[in-house]
Design a protein around this ligand. Structure first.
Ligand SMILES: NC(=O)c1ccc[n+]([C@@H]2O[C@H](COP(=O)([O-])OP(=O)(O)OC[C@H]3O[C@@H](n4cnc5c(N)ncnc54)[C@H](OP(=O)(O)O)[C@@H]3O)[C@@H](O)[C@H]2O)c1
Length: 280
């Protein structure tokens, strides 16, 4: 049995679809948001309420683990060890073991804790998700034909979430991935100015990228309801990208090696999600 946490979230929902399509025995762990899938065994969990974790882990061989707030995940790692889970596939972040940005360090702490448990592990370390253009910027693109960020002109090898989820499905159902860490990137490293050009071309209207300074960007995120600490994390990583202190422009071949096909381009992502951005 595979337990998928974050099953109603961006990465988890696509993974769940893929595992169901493959006919794998799967249980979906739901927190607050309802699940958008029929006929799947579900359970309710809250990392902050340890009593919800062991029932969810009953009979589980493989745990797919992620959360919005990285610090929440420690109790789940401990509960998995106690429940006798054999393997954890953990969603970490690009460069977690080499870059010094705050989110990466938090992910690295969880990775080390997982390794200490003695369970078999696989770490998926995706770069920025293309789907952030929907979850974080989609509202502005739809309503203002613009998106706002403080990342300047940094090149980033963004990856389509669907590729991350499909890699996770392979790792969870195939052999050969024990105790491996995979840095996952898209096929090209692009700037926000280039992204604006692609969006404009696909949507048939001009989409602008508006560069903000650190402070304006952080205040904008907080005004949109993003928690203050998380807004600070994003500001931190954007500044490091602008200053060339990260490796977020690196392109890896792990998606191609695992899936046997090229990762999704930003153009294809925009075409597939055009209606979400108010296009045809
Ligand atoms: N976005 C990026 O560019 C990017 C890049 C690299 C790595 N990552 C990593 O990917 C992870 C986020 O994945 P995602 O994009 O799929 O996020 P997401 O859509 O926000 O999903 C997060 C999931 O975690 C669940 N969750 C939140 N709090 C919980 C709790 N207390 N107990 C149990 N479940 C809880 C949420 O459920 P509810 O919605 O019901 O609360 C949701 O299903 C993070 O670790 C992030 O650092 C993201």
């Amino acid at each position: 049995m595979i337990l998928v946490t974050g099953a109603s979230g961006t990465i988890g929902s696509e993974l769940l679809r893929e595992l169901v399509r493959k006919g794998e025995p799967v249980r979906a762990a739901v927190h607050v948001r309802p699940l958008d899938a029929d006929g799947v065994e579900t359970c309710n969990i809250d990392y902050d309420r340890p009593e919800t974790l062991s029932p969810a882990l009953e009979g589980v061989d493989s745990l797919f683990l992620l959360s919005q707030q990285v610090t929440h995940e420690k109790p789940m790692v401990d509960a998995a060890r106690e429940a006798g889970v054999r393997r954890i596939v953990y969603v970490s972040s690009f460069g977690a073991d080499r870059d010094t940005f705050i989110v990466g360090q938090l992910h690295r702490e969880i990775e080390l804790r997982i390794q200490e448990t003695g369970m078999v592990w696989t770490f998926l370390r995706p770069n920025y998700l293309m789907q952030n253009f929907i979850t974080l910027m989609g509202h502005d693109i739809r309503n203002e034909d613009a998106f706002y960020d403080s990342i300047g002109d940094a090149r980033v090898s963004r990856i389509d979430t669907r590729d991350v989820s499909h890699v996770a499905a392979r790792v969870l159902t195939e052999s050969g991935h024990d105790n491996r860490a995979y840095e996952l990137s898209g096929p090209e490293a692009i700037t926000h100015h280039h992204a604006a050009e692609v969006l404009s071309e696909v949507l048939g209207r001009r989409i602008r990228y508006v560069e903000l300074d650190d402070d304006s960007f952080r205040r904008r995120l907080i005004a949109q309801g993003v928690p203050e600490d998380f807004a600070g994390f994003v500001e931190d990583v954007n500044r490091r990208n602008r200053n060339g202190e990260t490796h977020d422009d690196v392109i890896t071949d792990n998606v191609r090696n695992i899936l046997g096909r090229e990762p999704t381009t930003f153009l294809r992502f925009c075409q597939d999600y055009a209606p979400t951005f108010g296009g045809r």
